[in-house]
Design a protein around this ligand. Structure first.
Ligand SMILES: Nc1ncnc2c1ncn2[C@@H]1O[C@H](COP(=O)(O)OP(=O)(O)OP(=O)(O)O)[C@@H](O)[C@H]1O
Ligand SMILES: [Mg+2]
Length: 355
């Protein structure tokens, strides 16, 4: 298994993992741009780490002890965005019972991060341009301007040049925001980072859940070959799910879903329980062979889940009882159940000793 190499841009808060040439280039630009006042525009698909990099820029800047304020322009309804950003004076509009500071003012002396800047409505683009040029803001309903000292970082997952051509994004604002462009590569273009990230998230989720799961090299290879359309966010969520759901202490290809296994037939990774050459612990092998025998798919007319699961449970209970000569204590141990739970289940499922 590959060692985890952590690249810490700021030791206090988080690690940004990666050693591929593509991510090293990003680290290099972050290192050089962090100390400046220049605007940075971060490009990247969803889940590539845009917000993480924005925070890294802030935490490596002289402003690091001041606020980092993130605003998602796509998540805040357009009619609320102006008051969110600029704040308002008491009585500025119906419902403005008290004056309120906007997020730009809250970021004073620190950094403001406009996520999905391409979604900022045109009227606000003009106002933002003024903030950048004049270094002051006008709260809604205020007669005087308030000076602000902010560093601006933006992010977008789409091509803003198209938005400019279509008249949805102001070209003058674009040039002001795009002084330092920084492109985050999708995970599929930096596959060498996948093993590092998998191990990093594995350690995190193990620590969080008190488990100590590991992952086999074979499983890592499968993950390296998957395309990760949701990038690092998808990978992190996936590892979390594996830590919770995989059976046995080692995650193997047999634990991975078909989507991730891709073209590789599951059987390649699925030695049956009687395959003496097979590796993996018996619970994993059993789970896999059960998966195979029960993989019937759900027909259009649906299934009766309760009935199917009961049938499945009944078969396993009978097998355990037969194996132990119907000695309930032993069968319960085999199934990791209390004796009383086993007895209740036998009663409920009407299982009796035939002899
Ligand atoms: N290089 C990395 N090392 C460790 N964790 C990372 C790395 N890049 C991203 N992450 C983690 O992946 C998740 C997604 O990152 P982030 O939110 O920064 O992506 P994003 O590009 O802003 O996504 P979206 O477009 O969906 O908003 C976060 O949990 C983040 O901590
Ligand atoms: Mg984001």
């Amino acid at each position: 298994m590959l060692p985890v190499m952590k690249i810490k841009l700021d030791t206090d808060s988080f690690s940004i993992i990666g050693e591929s040439p593509q991510i090293r280039e990003v680290f290099d630009i972050v290192g050089r741009a962090a100390g400046s006042q220049s605007t940075v525009m971060i490009y990247g698909e969803s889940g590539t780490g845009k917000e993480l990099i924005a925070r890294a820029l802030h935490l490596n800047s002289p402003r690091k002890s001041k606020p980092f304020v993130a605003v998602n322009c796509a998540a805040i309804p357009h009619d609320l965005l102006e008051s969110e950003l600029f704040g308002y004076e008491k009585g500025a509009f119906t419902g403005a019972v008290n004056a309120r500071m906007g997020r730009i003012e809250l970021a004073n002396q620190g950094t403001i991060f406009f996520d999905e800047i391409g979604d900022m409505p045109p009227a606000l683009q003009v106002k933002l341009l003024r903030v950048l040029a004049e270094r002051e803001i006008d709260r809604i309903g205020s007669v005087k301007s308030t000076p602000v000292d902010i560093r601006v970082i933006t992010a977008t997952h789409r091509n803003l040049e198209t938005a400019i051509e279509e008249g949805r994004f102001r070209e003058d604002l674009y040039y002001r925001l795009n002084i330092i462009p920084l492109t985050l590569p999708p995970l599929r273009d930096r596959k060498t980072d996948i093993p590092l990230l998998v191990n990093y998230f594995l350690t995190q989720f193990n620590n969080g859940t008190g488990s100590s799961k590991t992952i086999s090299d074979e499983a890592i290879n499968v993950l390296v070959n998957y395309s990760w359309p949701g990038n690092i966010r998808e990978l992190a969520n996936f590892v979390e799910r594996m830590v919770v759901l995989s059976i046995g202490s080692t995650i193997t290809p047999r634990d991975l879903p078909d989507k991730v296994l891709g073209e590789v037939p599951r059987e390649k990774w699925a030695p049956l329980a009687n395959d003496s050459e097979s590796e993996g612990n018996p619970a994993q092998i059993l789970q896999q062979s059960l998966k195979q025998s029960f993989h019937v798919g759900i027909p259009d007319e649906g299934i009766n889940l309760k009935k199917l699961v009961e049938g499945f449970e009944k078969e396993l209970l009978i097998e355990a009882l037969e194996k132990t000569g119907w000695v309930k204590n032993k069968a319960a141990t085999l199934l990791s159940l209390n004796r009383t739970t086993l007895v209740e289940k036998l009663k409920k499922l009407k299982i009796t000793n035939p002899s």
